[in-house]
Design a protein around this ligand. Structure first.
Ligand code: NCD
Ligand code: ZN
Length: 344
């Protein structure tokens, strides 16, 4: 197969940032995706319905005139979040989900949750109303090895949280382990998982073997090859509980290449091409539409996009140039294998 037409995909986990960075990166998502669930981890975070409305307006203002792209907003759950504000923003159609960051788990998560008893009211209100909780699934306990933080989170945090909040709809974001996949599979229709393109493409060797490569460092950090293969199997089988959330997370190169470089891979420009390459290699191109365009919409109760996108296979593409953003530049993720698929 050298040509593939599918419904326009949605990105169920995207960092669009703000200001110059937003202006520099938004075209890359708008070009390929119809909708994206926009993460709220700005500084300060997007905590209230009013803040989400303002952020949404800034995103819409940054969109190019040709774009047909809908940002779906999220609220950042803090210990001070007012459950009524969540419900109000949800009923107004202003937010699509609430995001839980354990405090300190990742980039800009300082305002996240430390004491889960303090968000019990918010979680119960969300469960009653059907508002999905998107979860950054890593423990922050420094005693836990960074490669184990997702698996430990499932037992220590997620399972107790779901047991005490029956009916809560949960998305385990950017699943990176076989344990995470198994947890979602066993959880029934109220839980789903997003998978990124980069966790399907690389394992932890890409970060550390033969030299340290900061552009492959993200959170959750990439794991061993057998985990990557398990993720690939779930995605290419288009299991209904799993769908694409790129976690495309642009950072200026200066911040990535510092002595303490920050976490995040900027994948938006190449995510579809990377997926096409991987699905083709697995003989699963016909299932890419379910993974990238249908399963997520179904979980979120939205109609699939009507417009389509066509991918075509050709000679290998040159690696994409870094994206300028104000005075900064952002390196685009390089999967480490040639990309042949382009959107036509
Ligand atoms: C994200 C970011 O940069 O905002 N970084 C990352 O490595 N994925 C935060 C996140 O989703 O963990
Ligand atoms: Zn993210």
């Amino acid at each position: 197969m050298t040509r593939l037409t599918l419904r326009r995909p949605d990105d169920w986990h995207l960092h669009l940032r703000d200001g110059d960075l937003l202006a520099g990166v938004i075209d890359d998502s708008a070009r390929h995706f119809a909708r994206a669930l926009v993460m709220p981890n700005l500084v300060p975070p997007v905590r209230t319905g009013a803040e989400a409305a303002h952020y949404r307006a800034r995103i819409l203002a940054a969109l190019p005139p040709w774009a047909d792209f809908t940002p779906l907003m999220t609220l950042y759950l803090t210990e001070d979040t007012n459950p009524r504000d969540i419900l109000c923003a949800w009923r107004a159609g202003l937010v699509t989900a609430v995001k839980l960051y354990p405090a300190g788990a990742t980039t800009n998560s300082a305002s996240g949750v430390r004491d889960f008893d303090r968000v019990r009211g918010a979680l119960e209100a969300m469960a009653a109303a059907g508002v999905p909780l998107c979860v950054h699934g890593e423990v922050t306990d420094p005693a836990v090895d960074i490669f184990d933080r997702e698996a430990v989170f499932l037992d220590r945090v997620l399972e107790p949280l779901r047991r005490t909040t029956p009916g809560l709809r949960v998305v385990l974001e950017h699943v990176t382990t076989a344990e995470g996949l198994a947890y979602v599979r066993a959880g029934g229709p109220a839980i789903a998982g997003t998978i990124t393109a980069h966790h399907l493409a690389i394992n932890r060797n890409a970060i550390l073997a033969g030299g340290i490569r900061p552009h492959y460092y993200c959170l959750p950090v990439a794991k061993r090859e057998h985990h990557r293969l398990a993720l690939l199997a779930a995605a290419t089988a288009a299991e209904p509980a799993f769908f694409l959330g790129t976690d495309s997370a642009p950072h200026p190169d200066a911040d990535k290449l510092a002595p303490c470089g920050c976490a995040g891979c900027y994948t938006a420009p190449v995510a579809l091409a990377v997926l096409a390459e991987l699905f083709a290699a697995a003989g699963a191109l016909a299932r890419l539409e379910r993974f990238a365009s249908l399963n997520g919409a179904a979980f979120y109760g939205l109609a699939p996009n009507l417009a389509t996108v066509t991918l075509e296979r050709g000679p290998p593409l040159p690696p994409p140039a870094p994206r300028p953003a104000g005075t900064a530049r952002v390196t685009v993720f390089d999967p480490g294998f040639p990309l042949h698929w382009r959107v036509v």
